[in-house]
Design a protein around this ligand. Structure first.
Ligand SMILES: [Zn+2]
Ligand SMILES: [Zn+2]
Length: 306
C-alpha cells in the first residue's frame, strides 16, 4: 500500500467522522429537517466558473479548514449528490451518498459489519482508483464541497465503453449496500470459468462475442496458430477485443475498459483503411493487440473462435 493511499485513508476517516457527526447533530434540529428542496445550486469558488451542484453530480468533500497537500483529490472524500435543500436561515445542505475505496472495505472501523470472507476476496480485485458507491448517506453543509469530481461509471460486462478509463481516473462499478444487519456488495459481476471479479491491474481478458462474456487468457486452452494474413489490414480485422494487463505490459490507455471501441472502429473501416490508421489505433494497440490475431482461442462456453 503506497503512503499516498494511506494518507488518503487517514484524511478520509477524519472527514467522514466529522461529517457524520455534523450531520447527525444537525439532523436533530428542526430547521435542517425542514429543508426547502432545491433542484440545483451554484457555488462560487474563487475566480473559477461556478460549480453547478445537482442530484447525480459527484463531488469532493473536505471538512472546513481541513488542509490538503495534494490537488488531485486523492485526499478528499468523494460523494454523489442525492438532493439539495435550504434551511430557514438560508444555508444550503446537501444529502450525499458516500463512495468507499478498497481500504474501507477491509477495515472494521469503517463498516458496521465486516464483509464476508468471499466478498473481501472478490473486492481485492478492485482497481487502484476504483470505488464502490454506497447507500450510506449524510447531510452535509455546502461549505464542505471542494470541487466537482469526475467518477466514471464502468459496466464491466459491456464492451461498448464510451470512454477510456485512465490509470488516474476514478471509477465505480459496484454498489455497497449497508443495511441494519449486514454489508454486501451488490451487482457484483463474476467472469470466466474461474468466476472472479475482473482486476484491471492484474488480469488480461479476451471477449467472446458468441456468448457475450470475458475470459482470462490464462484460463483458456492453448490457442492454435491461424493461416498467415495477406496484409496488416487483414490482420487488424481479426484482432480480438481484450482488456486489462498482465505484468509484462506497460499501461495502455484502453487498458481498464478494453479495446471494444477500437475494434469496432476497425470493423467500420472494412476494406478501406484510412491513411494513418496505425497511428489512430496507437502504438500499444499495434504492439500488443495485433499479434493476438495470429492465434485462435476457443471459447470454453460457446466454442466460438475468439
Ligand atoms: Zn479465469
Ligand atoms: Zn463464447
Amino acid at each position: 500500500m503506497s503512503p499516498r493511499r494511506s494518507s488518503r485513508l487517514t484524511n478520509a476517516k477524519s472527514a467522514i467522522k466529522k461529517n457524520s457527526k455534523k450531520a447527525k447533530s444537525k439532523k436533530a434540529e428542526p430547521e435542517v429537517v425542514r429543508l426547502l428542496p432545491l433542484s440545483s445550486w451554484k457555488v462560487h469558488m474563487g475566480n473559477d466558473a461556478p460549480l453547478l451542484l445537482k442530484a447525480g453530480v459527484n463531488i469532493y468533500v473536505a471538512p472546513k479548514g481541513e488542509e490538503t497537500s495534494e490537488d488531485d483529490g486523492n485526499d478528499w472524500w468523494k460523494a454523489r449528490i442525492k438532493s439539495l435543500g435550504k434551511d430557514k436561515s438560508g444555508k444550503v445542505w446537501i444529502t450525499v451518498y458516500w463512495y468507499y475505496c478498497q481500504e474501507h472495505l477491509d477495515d472494521r472501523e469503517w463498516l458496521p459489519f465486516p464483509l464476508s470472507k468471499k466478498l473481501r476476496q472478490h473486492m481485492k480485485s478492485m482497481g487502484g482508483n476504483e470505488m464502490v458507491l454506497s447507500n450510506h448517506e449524510d447531510t452535509i453543509g455546502i461549505d464542505t464541497v471542494k470541487d466537482i469530481c469526475k467518477i466514471w461509471t464502468f459496466n464491466d460486462r459491456d464492451i461498448n465503453v464510451r470512454r477510456n478509463i485512465g490509470l488516474k481516473d476514478f471509477f465505480w462499478r459496484f454498489n455497497l449496500n449497508i443495511s441494519a444487519r449486514k454489508v454486501v456488495v451488490d451487482n457484483l459481476s463474476l467472469h470466466c470459468v474461474c468466476q472472479k471479479v475482473y482486476d484491471p491491474e492484474a488480469d488480461l481478458q479476451i471477449y467472446c462475442s458468441g456468448c457475450d462474456a470475458w475470459w482470462h487468457f490464462k484460463c483458456l486452452k492453448k490457442p492454435t496458430p491461424v493461416d498467415p494474413f495477406k496484409s496488416l489490414e487483414d490482420q487488424a480485422l481479426c484482432v480480438p477485443v481484450i482488456r486489462g494487463q498482465d505484468n509484462e505490459l506497460d499501461f495502455a490507455d484502453w487498458q481498464i475498459a478494453g479495446t471494444g471501441e477500437l475494434v469496432k472502429k476497425i470493423q467500420t473501416w472494412g476494406d478501406v483503411f484510412p491513411e494513418g490508421w496505425k497511428d489512430e489505433l496507437g502504438e500499444d494497440f499495434m504492439k500488443i493487440c495485433l499479434p493476438l490475431a495470429e492465434n485462435a482461442y476457443v471459447c470454453p462456453e460457446c466454442r466460438e473462435v475468439m
